[in-house]
Write a new protein. Structure first.
Length: 359
């Protein structure tokens, strides 16, 4: 799969790489950034020539609309390096489509495919030496798209900036992850922006998550805003429940506008279906999962997302009920994480065409 180059790119290389001073033995997720970044501006009703340039701070006036009305969306992607030094992205067109779906919901113009796809490909090629090679390590790619018009009138911006930065990444979570089912605060509501990767969605979840951490839990499982009856997402991840031998996960668009349609989620569903594991995509009641936990039928809970890939949940609390979850010998979380990573790192055949070579 390739993207035709249509838009010319201005290339400005860094004078001296930061790479020799980078400490890859102590990677903290999202705190180290590679040499270059991609920038593309939209104004006067059209996209301007995109530029790959040294990673740097960017000045904005206090009146930039992103600060006032929250027109900001982003994506999370990764680049992987195999044992021979070949570099791959994973299903980047899914991220492109989702980013434009998010942008549309926030009243922002669509990003051209050649700017997104070829811009990211060229950026990763330039900074490929920043991709760590340990198992589970990757180059995290963060596209972000913001309103930049200098005006404080409550209306959509007429100027925007699309940017992409990259960051060497190790494991997102270290240690056990226990979750609390949230029955007071809500992440999203019907007809809102829950299905979009909007920056404000994440700001709104910080406070309830910090409250849960004070109780000894690392993440929240969100429930629906109307009744707090249905389980939806785990913090910043989609979530799967294994009851017996069935794998359950909540629906996304078009059936629900509250839940982000994750690329990892979509991939796990396909792997499970093709490997004989029954999958049910439907609303999941809290009481169903708690009853399964009480009678021993709840075998696993795991989160799924780009940053964490697949994350086993080791304990769950709902109101006065709590149970630890011990990993079963035939763990679905381990099975599908390994299958997924073998495709991503070019250790296995890719029958789906998910690997995107960066050449």
């Amino acid at each position: 799969m390739t993207a035709d180059i249509k838009t010319p790119f201005i290339i400005e290389k860094i004078k001296e790489s930061k790479l020799p001073k980078a400490d890859f033995s102590n990677l903290v997720f999202g705190q180290m950034f590679s040499d270059h970044m991609l920038v593309a501006d939209f104004f006067d009703g059209k996209w301007q020539t995109p530029k790959i340039m040294p990673y740097q701070a960017l000045p904005y006036e206090p009146s930039a609309k992103v600060f006032h009305y929250g027109q900001a969306v982003f994506e999370g992607m990764k680049a992987y390096k195999d044992s021979k030094g070949n570099v791959f992205l994973f299903r980047p067109e899914e991220n492109f489509n989702r980013m434009n779906n998010s942008a549309e919901r926030l009243g922002m113009p669509a990003i051209p495919k050649d700017i997104f796809m070829n811009g990211i490909k060229e950026l990763v090629k330039m900074d490929k030496d920043w991709i760590p090679t340990g198992n589970g390590e990757s180059l995290y790619i963060r596209p972000v798209y913001i309103a930049t018009e200098n005006a404080v009138a409550a209306s959509p911006s007429n100027a925007y900036r699309f940017m992409v930065m990259t960051s060497p990444a190790g494991k997102y979570y270290v240690g056990d992850v226990k979750v609390k089912v949230e029955d007071k605060y809500s992440r999203a509501c019907d007809g809102g922006v829950g299905y979009a990767k909007a920056a404000g969605n994440y700001a709104a979840q910080f406070y309830p998550t910090e409250k849960a951490k004070e109780e000894g839990f690392q993440q929240i499982i969100w429930t629906d805003s109307a009744e707090h009856k249905y389980l939806e997402e785990a913090g910043t991840m989609n979530i799967f429940f294994r009851i017996g031998d069935k794998l359950l996960t909540a629906p996304t668009i078009p059936d629900s506008t509250r839940i982000l349609p994750g690329v990892t989620r979509k991939s796990i569903i396909k792997l499970a279906q093709d490997n004989g594991v029954p999958v049910e995509v439907r609303p999941i009641e809290v009481k169903e999962v708690i009853e399964a936990a009480k009678n021993g039928e709840l075998k696993e809970i795991f989160g799924a997302g780009t940053a964490a890939t697949v994350l086993p949940i080791t304990g769950i609390k709902y109101k006065d009920f709590y149970t630890d979850l011990k990993k079963p010998a035939d763990s679905y979380a381990d099975r599908f994480k390994n299958m997924l990573m073998d495709i991503q790192y070019n250790r296995a055949e890719d029958p789906y065409g998910w690997r995107y070579p960066v050449q």
